[in-house]
Structures are given as C-alpha cells and as structure tokens.
Design a protein around this ligand. Structure first.
Ligand SMILES: Cc1cc2nc3c(=O)[nH]c(=O)nc-3n(C[C@H](O)[C@H](O)[C@H](O)COP(=O)(O)OP(=O)(O)OC[C@H]3O[C@@H](n4cnc5c(N)ncnc54)[C@H](O)[C@@H]3O)c2cc1C
Length: 369
C-alpha cells in the first residue's frame, strides 16, 4: 500500500507492481491534483524512469540549451553550454498516472493511522475505513501523516525564506523578454536573493513553441513570526501553513513584491515578475529523518527528506527511493522487513547528501553564509 499519489507515490506504485506486488495508491486529494507545482528540472533518474517505460524524451519536457547568468544591469555575464530538460509537475504526473492502473489509484482517501498485527499492517483512512497490507509506503510529502506516527520528533523546519513563483504564457512575452529568456535556464544572483526562470510545458502539457509557459522562482528572505504569517495569510484572511496557491495571495502583497522586483532585480526579471498575473508563494523547509525503514513500513520522497529546491533533485530522489525499494523487495521476496532494512542505508545517504547540499546552496545565496 502506498500513501500519497503524487510523483513519489506513483513512482513507488509503478515500481512495486513491476516487481510483482499488488500495489494500491491512496491519495488524500479528491479532485484534480493538477497545478500544485510548476516547473521541475528533469534529472537523469526521472528521465530514465520514464524512457525505460516507453515515454520518449521529446514528450517529457522542454529542452534548455544553456545556462546564463545576468548581472545587475541585465547583461549576460556568463553562459554555460549545458542542455537540460525542464518539465512541469502536471506533465510528469500525467506520464506517471498513465503508467499506473486507474482502478488501483484511490482518490479522496486520507490516511489517518495504522496498527500492526501478526499478518501485517492495517491502515485506516478518514478515521474509519480499514485496509490490510504487507507493506506500507509513506509517500505523503513534507507534512507526512505516516512520518508523524513513525517519527513524531521529525518535523520540517523553516529555512528563513520563501519562494515567490509565477508562470507567464510564452506567447504573451514581448520580443525583448522572449529574446532574453527563450531556450535558456536563466539566473540572477543578487545580494541575499536569487531568481531563476525556464520554459516548461503549457497548462495541458503543450510542448510547441508559443504554447509553453515561462516558470520563475524567486527566493526571498522573510523573518519567522509576524512577517511570515502575513505572507501566508490569503486574500480572504485564511492562514496557510506552507504555501498560498495561485489566485489566493493578497493583492497588496503581490503589488509590494512586484515593486521590490523593480528595485532589486535586473530589468528583464523585474518586468517578468510585474507581468505575472497570479504569483504564488511556497515556504522553504528543511527536513531530514534519521530512519526510513520501520519493520513493514517505510518513508520515501519528501516524507523523508526535503532538500531545498536549489538542488532540483527532490523528484529524482523520490524516484530513486522507489526503484531501489522495488529491487530490494524483489531480492528478499517474502521478508519485507529484511528488504527494507537492506534498502535503507543508501537512501539515507542520498537524502542526507542532498539535504546538506541544499542547505549550503540556500544559506550561501540567501544569507551569505
Ligand atoms: C504544492 C507542491 C508544489 C511543488 N512544486 C514543485 C516544483 O515546482 N518543482 C519541484 O521540483 N518540485 C515541486 N514539488 C515537490 C515535488 O513535487 C516533490 O519533490 C515530488 O513530487 C516528490 O514528492 P512526493 O511525491 O514525495 O511528495 P508530494 O509531491 O508532496 O506528494 C505527497 C502526496 O501525498 C498526499 N497526501 C498527504 N497526506 C496524505 C494523507 N494523510 N493521506 C493520503 N495522501 C496524502 C498529498 O496530497 C500529495 O499528493 C512540489 C510539491 C508540492 C506539494
């Protein structure tokens, strides 16, 4: 049984079924999961996972031909020729959903607890519905309910900054912004701030030129306490814990942030932010667990480690957790606990390495540490 039906949960479900397990995915959200993220840099692990299952590279995302760094005056200070594939959360999710049987994907099922018995585990959903299983895979993200039960002390910590994010239709870009940003992965590293942007597939996965979206991410320091609470209070006065979605960010805060963009960012980025209809906000967290295997239960993906997004590696990490888990279970077959125990050390090392790398990158760019 897999709890959480996002990229990590689907990768686990697909890998486990291929290894001969009757994997079922239980996802809390009732409706479309679309639109919850925006851009995702495609790392080799995700690309390989999709290609090996018949998704052609050209269908995975949009290629950026080079990385470029703008200086404060907006001039291109440095170009690195480096091809990179970019996609959207929705596009990656669509490919993974198509690889997993529809009837095994259960939406509107919120995992609320589990008990161990002699045969295995019994998980409960929505406080009452019970499902038995031999293996529980917690793929329920940064604020995982599985982790709360397995490791109550492991909670995400605020990193001291948020990501303001936005999407702009490629076709709406004027010629000068299109010239600056098209086909490039563009960065500006300012004093205690960083912004980047790249093209991603359109809202329904479109890959053709003109139908894509420009995705930007702007890391901005916000002190914990009142200032953070203000950013996370939406236009109806509702307080959010981790993100304020598109269309919900207070208009006065958006206007204020756009004014700051005009002051601290190079002109092209300032105009890009100004032209964004509904920017949204995500809080940046750190999370590292000391364990991922607990007898017949385990944690994968963001439920276990949340490296800062500068690493652009969370989805690849979730895929690696999932494929390695299926391999270990194939090897140990009837002994789930032994399979999980053997799987855990390399996954902990991977998570720690990314978590430390992300902290170093983020603390460097945001706080000069
Ligand atoms: C809002 C959001 C935006 C993101 N944007 C980006 C991005 O733009 N770029 C990028 O690289 N990465 C992004 N990520 C992270 C990226 O999607 C993850 O690293 C990747 O999907 C692997 O994470 P995951 O599947 O482990 O966890 P998540 O993607 O967080 O998925 C966890 C899933 O578990 C479900 N869930 C939670 N609790 C329960 C419960 N009790 N019972 C059942 N289901 C539950 C959630 O609804 C969710 O679908 C985003 C994640 C989120 C949540």
């Amino acid at each position: 049984m897999v709890v959480g039906g996002s990229l990590g949960g689907l990768a686990a479900g697909i890998s486990l079924r291929e290894a001969g397990w009757e994997a079922e995915v239980f996802e809390r959200s009732r409706g479309e999961l679309e639109g919850r993220g925006a851009g995702i840099v495609v790392q080799p692990e995700l690309l390989r996972f999709l290609e090996e299952r018949g998704v052609p590279r050209g269908e995975v995302g949009v290629a950026a031909e080079a990385r470029q760094y703008l200086d404060g005056d907006g001039r291109v200070a440095r170009v690195e020729s480096r091809q990179q594939l970019m996609t959207s959360w929705g596009k990656a999710y669509g490919h993974l959903r198509a690889l997993f049987p529809e009837e095994r994907y259960h939406q509107g099922k919120e995992f609320t607890g589990f008990e161990r018995n002699n045969e295995g585990l019994v998980a409960s959903f929505d406080g009452n519905i019970e499902e038995s299983c031999d293996l529980l895979v917690g793929a329920d993200g940064t604020h995982s309910a599985c982790r709360r039960l397995l490791l109550p002390g492991a909670v995400p910590e605020y990193a001291g900054y948020v990501a303001w994010r936005g999407l702009v239709e490629e076709r709406s870009l004027g010629p000068s912004l299109a010239r600056t940003f098209s086909e490039r992965f563009t960065f500006f590293l300012g004093k205690n701030t960083q912004i980047l942007c790249y093209l991603i597939p359109g809202p329904s996965g479109e890959l053709a030129q003109g139908e894509r979206l420009l995705n930007w991410v702007w890391y901005w320091n916000v002190p914990e306490g009142d200032a953070l609470r203000e950013v996370l209070t939406d236009r109806d006065g509702k307080a959010h814990d981790h993100s304020v979605p598109q269309g919900r960010v207070r208009e006065d805060l958006t206007e204020h942030q756009k004014a700051i963009a005009g002051e601290v960012l190079p002109d092209a980025f300032g105009r890009l932010v100004a032209e964004t209809d509904e920017p949204f906000v995500q809080v940046i967290h750190d999370l590292a667990v000391p364990r991922m295997a607990f007898g017949r239960a385990c944690l994968v993906g963001d439920a276990a480690f949340v490296p800062r997004p500068h690493t652009a590696a969370s989805t690849a990490k979730a895929v690696t957790n999932a494929t390695a888990l299926a391999e270990s279970l194939s090897f140990y077959r009837d002994d789930v606990a032994a399979a999980l125990k053997a799987w855990e050390p390399a996954q902990l090392r991977l998570g720690r390495r990314l978590e430390e790398h992300g902290r170093a990158l983020g603390d460097g760019s945001q706080f000069g540490r």
